[in-house]
Design a protein around this ligand. Structure first.
Ligand code: NAD
Length: 517
């Protein structure tokens, strides 16, 4: 495909999604345009400004919350399976829109078209999951200690769920939250990343179409736009009982404090520093595929990207040579072109962070075995394309403690037993994703045991990158402790109530207490 054809295709995708180049703003439920500052959506693919978006003002935010609160009163009354039916229709609409939305994700964020489609597929999958869930929002029944009494627990919706999302999964993370929150009976107010506002607008269009077709209030799905200042409107607002925030650890620490100060609930999905342990019993071919995809996929801009490879010294040289060889084959360029493996970073700041990380690792005594560098010239005009790099490093280097959101892989060596590798793997503040490559059952089980990985995700013979929607997703330590998506993550979107019913003619007190009148 030529570059011109790729660009034209995007214009067509935007048309199908109903996006024009100007005048997008706060969606209060009636598609009103915001009146705040302008933010530009700039594609890292070619540096083009795709559209201008207005940020949400405080007054507009007040309207959004009013609209959402009114919508909640109607939505919560609908039986959960009927809410599930709306989510089913939303999933159907996403199936229809998969290609244009996948293309927009790719063009606005910079991930490959295949990954853009994959992200929309995750939205569809979570809708399917949520539909089934809408008939399974179950509590327990317990035996009462009092005669003639029945005791059980049930879950009720919370109200408004505030969603703050990061640029790197501009649509899927919203859907993970929204599809679950909706079947739970909550309404959602979403603030997407200011770096990918059009993805937010496209999703809002799709959601609004489905709500309208069902004659439901538009306020069930609301959109606000802007940077951290608009995010703070949500985090400080006691009318928003749950804030689900995805982003950097620095952001999470501020959000957590703001929400805790008003005793609200926060669900935090923050940065990772993910490692793969490679033991002498590893399948080297599988290891290289897992490590390369994990480190360079989405240009290293996944929260689950592989940042550290902890390799046993007996196979270290072999793994290193195989990696260097694999990196030589990587094609870097326009992510809408299928032949490319690595697309651009999101913006110039990300490029600077990447350059600084490479400088720092060398200053600390590391060695670049795949050099990296910024690409210039034809096809790289946006200035956001960088070469994936590999640095030999030590586990305790300062730079290795940090998540650099770019394709930089640190190669670390361990000696002796797998316990030493686990210690290195756990020796960082983040706790999102981890993996071990081994065919040794004892090593694998130890890695998964309580003495093993301290991360929210621990894999055997799979890389760190990506996850299926059926499991609860999230990480420990400074990754924030939140869980969203599958399993029983839904419980966090609801309030739990214990009910005791007395069907006897007596009023016995608990614990046998007598209160004679
Ligand atoms: P970021 O922290 O810069 O921004 C994330 C979102 O938070 C944006 O919408 C931003 O406007 C908002 N925000 C920032 N400061 C805020 C504040 N004080 N109050 C309210 N909102 C605020 O992150 P980013 O650069 O967009 O994304 C990359 C980061 O996100 C990486 O650290 C990555 O690991 C993390 N991430 C984590 C997960 C996960 O599930 N654990 C998933 C995706 C991304």
């Amino acid at each position: 495909m030529t570059e011109i054809a790729v660009r034209f295709d995007i214009e067509n995708a935007l048309k199908i999604l109903g996006i024009t180049p100007v005048n997008h703003g706060t969606w209060t439920g009636s598609n009103s345009f915001g009146s705040g500052e302008n933010i530009s959506s700039i594609s890292p693919v070619d540096g083009a400004t795709i559209a201008t978006v207005k940020t949400t003002t405080q007054n507009e935010y007040e309207n959004v919350i009013k609209t959402a609160s009114e919508a909640f009163k109607i939505w919560r009354k609908l039986p959960a399976p009927q809410r599930g039916e709306v989510v089913r229709q939303f999933g159907e609409k996403l199936r229809e829109m998969k290609e244009p939305l996948g293309k927009l994700v790719s063009y606005e964020m910079g991930k490959s078209y295949q990954e853009g489609l994959g992200e929309v597929q995750e939205m569809i999958d979570i809708c399917d999951f949520a539909v089934g869930l809408s008939r399974q929002l179950h509590g327990l029944t317990m035996h009462s200690e009092r005669p003639g009494h029945r005791m059980y627990e049930q879950y009720h919706p919370l109200g408004i769920v505030g969603i703050i999302s990061a640029f790197n999964f501009p649509v899927a993370v919203w859907a993970w939250n929204t599809a679950i929150a909706w079947v739970c009976g909550d309404v959602c107010v979403w603030k997407p990343s200011e770096k990918t506002p059009l993805c937010g607008i496209a999703c809002q269009h799709i959601a609004a179409t489905v709500l309208k077709a069902n004659d439901l209030p538009e306020g069930i799905s609301c959109l606000i736009n802007g940077d951290y200042k608009v995010g703070e409107m949500l985090t400080h607002d006691k009318r928003v009982p749950l804030v689900s925030a995805t982003g950097s650890i620095g952001m999470g620490k501020i959000v957590a404090q703001a929400v805790a100060a008003r005793l609200g609930k926060s669900l935090l999905e923050l940065g990772g520093n993910n490692a793969i342990i490679v033991t002498p019993d590893a399948d080297i071919k599988m290891t290289v595929i897992g490590a390369v995809f994990g480190a360079v996929g989405t240009a290293g801009q996944r929260c689950t990207s592989t940042r550290r490879l902890i390799v046993h010294d007996s196979i270290y040289e072999k793994v290193k040579d195989a990696l260097v060889k694999a990196y030589k084959q990587l094609q870097i360029g326009n992510p809408l072109n299928e032949k490319n493996h690595v697309g651009p970073l999101i913006d110039q700041k990300a490029v600077t962070d990447y350059q600084q990380a490479l400088k720092k690792v060398v200053e600390e005594g590391g060695k670049l075995i795949v050099e990296g560098g910024v690409l210039r010239g034809n096809g790289y005009e946006s200035g956001c394309y960088v070469k994936p790099a590999i640095a030999e490093a030590k586990p305790d280097f300062e730079i290795v403690q940090h998540e650099t959101f770019a394709p930089v892989l640190y190669l670390l060596k361990y000696q002796g037993d797998v316990e030493n590798a686990i210690q290195i793997q756990n020796g960082v503040v983040q706790g999102l994703s981890s993996a071990i490559m081994t065919n040794n059952l004892r090593e694998a089980e130890l890695f998964l045991s309580a003495e093993g990985s301290d991360c929210g995700i621990a894999n055997v013979n799979i890389g760190t990158s990506g996850a299926e929607i059926g499991g609860a997703f999230g990480g420990e330590k400074e990754t924030g402790g939140g869980r969203e998506s599958g399993s029983d993550a839904w419980k966090f979107y609801m309030r739990r109530q214990t009910n005791t019913i007395n069907y006897s003619t007596e009023l016995p007190l608990a614990q046998g207490i007598k209160f004679n009148l």
